[in-house]
Design a protein around this ligand. Structure first.
Ligand code: HEM
Length: 307
């Protein structure tokens, strides 16, 4: 993310420093708001201010660079925002901070969850392999190497795997909302101005909506609905259903939802075509509150070639 946003290379000292600040920031984002020495909240506030100063410094350096050369086009978001948008400095800072935050570890956790769920479901791996071998074979015949949009559109079963991973894995467990007016809901009064946290994980794991909700079952997303969900799959289009909202909904719908799904699909393509994997240690996902694997999900990987 830092590479695309501010051309910061992975592994470099300043990138690692930024990452460290982000980890501290994330730990305190959802914590008791006690601004006292030593609390996670206080540390997060300090890290947030360090990150903002860092981004501001990057902006100043870039403005200087751009000033010297009108034609200089840095291929990252910061360069684009400075050259082609009329956003204020404060807005650019906010944009970069939120994108770093929102894109940090969301896609990578989702991919880790897919690796985890799939190793327990060999028939899904087999069906994925069939789908991706077919795509890879067609590409080979036309002497193409890189995946393109048409290939992505052919990844139907992969989409079911992605949906099921997001439903069962619940990378983001709840949303943040505020009641703009007094609301009466199912006998409860929610006064204007109150914070409301819709827990999307509770919907995704509700047995009234999904059969055997704790079971990883990508086929529940298929049109023929062969292995059973009680919900009509055609209702579950991203962003338009109250039953499936891994990316939230409404005007605040995740801005990176399509990118995240694309990243997952490309990863799955290369994974199932080239590797066999198994867990190297017992590990499972926990949410405290961000989803993570306590041991980092160690796996043993063997290379294979299917095409
Ligand atoms: C599997 C990966 C991801 C999941 C599950 C996810 C989920 C979410 C959720 C639940 C929200 C809150 C939506 C709401 O309040 O209704 C959100 C917001 C957001 N996400 Fe993601 N996200 C993912 C990846 C990404 C990536 C890769 C990016 C950017 C590169 C991104 C950028 C954003 C932004 C900018 C917002 C704020 C949108 C707004 O408030 O207007 N997300 N995401």
């Amino acid at each position: 993310m830092a590479k695309h946003i501010m051309s910061m290379d992975p592994g470099k000292a300043e990138t690692e420093q930024l990452k460290k600040e982000y980890v501290t920031f994330m730990k305190g984002v959802i914590s008791a708001p006690l601004n006292l020495p030593g609390t996670a909240y206080r540390k997060a506030l300090q890290s947030r201010s360090t990150i903002l100063k860092f981004i501001e410094k990057k902006m100043e350096e870039r403005v200087k660079k751009l000033g010297g050369d009108e034609n200089l086009e840095e291929d990252d978001l910061l360069g684009w925002a400075l050259k082609h948008s009329n956003l204020s400095t404060e807005q650019i800072l906010d944009l970069i901070l939120s994108l770093l935050f929102a894109g940090h570890e969301t896609s990578s956790v989702a991919i880790t969850l897919a690796i985890y769920f799939l190793q327990g479901c060999p028939s899904a791996i087999q069906q994925l392999q069939e789908e991706h071998v077919e795509i890879a074979r067609t590409k080979k015949q036309s002497e193409e190497t890189e995946l393109n949009w048409d290939d992505y559109k052919k990844m139907e079963f992969t989409q079911s795997v992605i949906n099921e991973t997001l439903r069962l894995g619940n990378v983001v467990r709840f949303l943040h909302r505020k009641a703009l007016k007094d609301v009466r809901y199912k006998g409860y009064d929610i006064p204007r101005g109150w914070k409301v946290l819709p827990v999307i994980a509770a919907v995704h794991l509700d047995s009234n909506i999904f059969d055997q909700p704790q079971h990883f079952n990508p086929w529940r997303w298929q049109n023929n609905n062969a292995r059973g969900s009680s919900i009509c799959p055609s209702m579950i289009t991203m962003g338009s259903s109250n039953y499936f909202m891994p990316f939230g909904g409404g005007p605040r719908l995740c801005a990176g939802s399509d990118l995240a799904k694309l990243e997952m699909a490309v990863f799955i393509h290369h994974l199932v075509l080239n590797f066999h994997w198994e867990l190297a240690d017992i590990d499972q996902a926990f949410a405290y509150p961000f989803v993570d694997f306590p041991k980092g999900l160690p796996i043993r990987v063997k290379h294979h070639t299917l095409i």
